[in-house]
Design a binder for this molecule. Structure first.
Ligand SMILES: NC(=O)c1ccc[n+]([C@@H]2O[C@H](COP(=O)([O-])OP(=O)(O)OC[C@H]3O[C@@H](n4cnc5c(N)ncnc54)[C@H](O)[C@@H]3O)[C@@H](O)[C@H]2O)c1
Length: 262
């Protein structure tokens, strides 16, 4: 490895287990020399993530529940105390009531709309606000999105609206934070076999369909998403901000499935 992130310190959120996209990002960033801290929904995934962190040599495993300001503030306070600064933060967090990730979008409830957008989109704005004072020499903020933000995608429903809000937040945050050399970008993978991915109706069908129809005839991998995050957090990404980078085998360029699958 070229150690593209040597000397950089960053917070990675959204690890539930070793199938999480955030775990793939952590592996890639660690391999490139970054020093990492994990922000984990401790009451739900703490027992799963602690041994993974120990194996990777990550000592700072902090509670990070985006619905609890005290938890997220304490995480950033600890980083300020231990590191005195921060070079990057990864937001790989989303949640919606599973019962609304199937059927018709029109049936979205007010309650689930509010909590899905709070957890999946507002939490990135909150992360940026809390990270800003620590990024005194500039930095990088990365979030994860999905093309269901722009195109009606079966069963993605309210998560599509949440991802649209998230992608819009990326450009507003990039503009706010640009003068401080803090870059803000999103990575948009195709469907992945993760806990959250499995919560979306028809997940297996979607996965098989996209694998058979992308120009590359392949879905994204954790390594390909991790590599994109490494690029964004490295000095090679210094002129990229406000962007949503597609890592989906080319799925988003298609108008129709491949002829062999009609
Ligand atoms: N799996 C896919 O097909 C896919 C495709 C494109 C984008 N994404 C996005 O990637 C990101 C990571 O998802 P994943 O697929 O790795 O699934 P995952 O289930 O492994 O990760 C989702 C994470 O969200 C966290 N989370 C949920 N509610 C939270 C809260 N209140 N506070 C703090 N954390 C909370 C969970 O702890 C979990 O670690 C999500 O934003 C997801 O929408 C996933």
């Amino acid at each position: 490895m070229a150690e593209l992130l040597k000397g950089k310190r960053g917070l990675i959120t959204g690890i539930a287990n070793d199938r999480s996209i955030a775990w793939g990002i952590a592996e890639a960033m660690k391999a490139e020399g970054a020093e990492l801290a994990f922000g984990v929904q401790m009451d739900v995934f703490g027992e799963k993530v602690k041994p993974l962190a120990a194996n990777m040599g990550v000592d700072l495993v902090l509670d990070y529940n985006v619905q609890d300001d005290a938890s997220t503030q304490a995480a950033f306070d600890t980083l300020a105390d231990k590191w005195g600064g921060l070079d990057f933060a990864v937001h790989a967090i989303a949640y919606s009531d599973k019962s609304e990730l199937t059927g018709r979008f029109i049936n979205t409830s007010r309650e689930n709309f509010k909590s899905s957008l709070e957890i999946s989109a507002y939490s990135f704005i909150d992360m940026a606000k809390k990270a800003e004072p620590l990024m005194k020499d500039g930095g990088t903020l990365i979030t994860l999105t999905y093309q269901g933000s722009r195109k009606a995608t079966p069963w993605y429903n309210v998560m599509g609206v949440a991802k649209a809000a998230l992608e819009s937040a990326v450009v507003y945050l990039a503009n706010d934070l640009g003068p401080q050399k803090i870059r803000v970008n999103a990575i948009s993978p195709g469907p992945m076999k993760t806990l959250s991915g499995a919560a979306i109706g028809g997940a297996r069908k979607t996965f098989r369909f996209t694998e058979a129809n992308t120009p590359l005839r392949a879905n994204a991998t954790k390594a390909s998403i991790g590599g994109t995050a490494v690029y964004l957090a490295s000095d090679y990404g210094e002129c990229t901000t406000g962007e949503t980078i597609m890592v989906d085998g080319g799925l988003h360029i298609l108008g129709l499935p491949q002829p062999e699958n009609f």
